[in-house]
Design a binder for this molecule. Structure first.
Ligand code: NDP
Length: 312
């Protein structure tokens, strides 16, 4: 079969489109035909060797949707290493059924980033009616979904984006105010009026994290859920005191889906929102599997919006 392999860690150029042997499912795994593989920022970290201890040579990627080879059942998954491929051996307990009313492609586009947006808005900081929150990179994969879910919960969203096209998408997703990154914390505090925002959702990291504390209201929550711009500098805990008894969380989707039950519950809640037409999933671009390298280049160059899919 065809797959995207890296033989050592590095830039997008290490991604090679190759013939490899079909995966053989081990105990607890099933063979799945991939219809669409999801591109996630974590794949960049995996490729670079920044996190996720995968030893090359390896087939990259962990998310997708397709059909179980034996039964034809429509499924989507997270946590199946080797998903940038025509077939993957997926752990049975990381598969979720794709309900009627959700296409396989939308399931691939929504599952990882959508469940992330869902736990961020409902668990990391449970947004309440009228709360102001700040969502960084709001036109990105997680960002567009998080903005919509925050609005569904009655929140008011201040979004950051890097250009006008992305700002328009954030507004379409429901953002009340869209601002640039320059001086974002002061601007957000002003917009929220009074004390500041209840929560900052930060998947950007290095260039935004420490400034973000200045936007928080007393007892506000800084949710650092990713580091697209690099790992932030270490946090001096006295900032939490001087900012007004603040909280900080560094959550992972793994924690919130650590059992098959938690995974299914979260996926069902997400797919319900999509099937009911309450949550729109933007597929920003589809690339043939062979062009995975281009997809990574575009993602890292901040040229993309919404979800990127690879089509085998
Ligand atoms: P995105 O589609 O959001 O792409 C990243 C976006 O970040 C860019 O489009 C860009 O938007 C913004 N950005 C700001 N600075 C930079 C920079 N220096 N380099 C690159 N991008 C930058 O990606 P995802 O939706 O896949 O992921 C978003 C974040 O969420 C990532 O940090 C990812 O690791 C994290 N994540 C965490 C999870 C968890 O379990 N904790 C699960 C899923 C995702 P703009 O141009 O508008 O600034």
């Amino acid at each position: 079969m065809k797959a995207i392999v890296y033989e050592h860690h590095g830039g997008p150029e290490v991604l090679e489109f190759k013939d490899v042997s079909d995966p053989s499912p081990r105990e607890g795994q099933v063979l799945v035909d991939v219809e669409a593989a999801g591109v996630n920022y974590r794949d960049v970290y995996e490729r670079e060797g920044r996190s996720y201890a995968v030893e090359p040579p390896a087939v990259i990627g962990v998310e997708g949707a397709g059909t179980v080879a034996d039964s034809g059942e429509r499924v989507a998954w997270i946590g199946a290493q080797g998903s940038y491929a025509e077939r993957v051996a997926a752990p049975r307990d990381r598969l979720v059924p794709v309900p009627d009313g959700v296409s396989v492609e939308v399931a691939a586009a929504a599952l990882l980033q959508g469940m992330t947006a869902h736990f961020l808005a409902s668990d990391s900081y449970p947004i309440e009616d009228g709360d102001w929150v700040l969502v960084h990179a709001a036109a990105g994969g997680v960002g567009l979904l998080l903005t919509q879910i925050a609005k569904l919960r009655g929140g008011q969203v201040i979004a950051t984006t890097s250009n006008e096209e992305k700002a328009a998408l954030a507004r379409e997703a429901g953002a009340d105010e869209v601002i640039g990154y320059e001086g974002f914390a002061e601007r957000a505090k002003e917009i929220a009026g009074g004390e500041g925002v209840a929560a900052v959702y930060d998947g950007v990291g290095k260039t935004t994290f420490l400034d973000g504390f200045k936007a928080l209201r007393p007892v506000g929550r800084m949710i650092l859920y990713g580091s697209a711009s690099g790992q932030p500098d270490p946090l001096d805990p006295t900032i939490l005191a001087s900012g007004g008894s603040l909280y900080v969380q560094r959550p992972t989707l793994m924690t919130y889906t650590r059992t098959p039950e938690l995974l299914r519950e979260r996926a069902e809640a997400l797919f319900d929102l999509i099937a009911e037409g309450k949550l729109r999933v933007r597929i920003g671009a589809r690339y043939p599997l062979a062009e995975a390298r281009q997809a990574h280049e575009d993602l890292e160059a901040r040229k993309t919006t919404g979800k990127l899919l690879l089509i085998p």
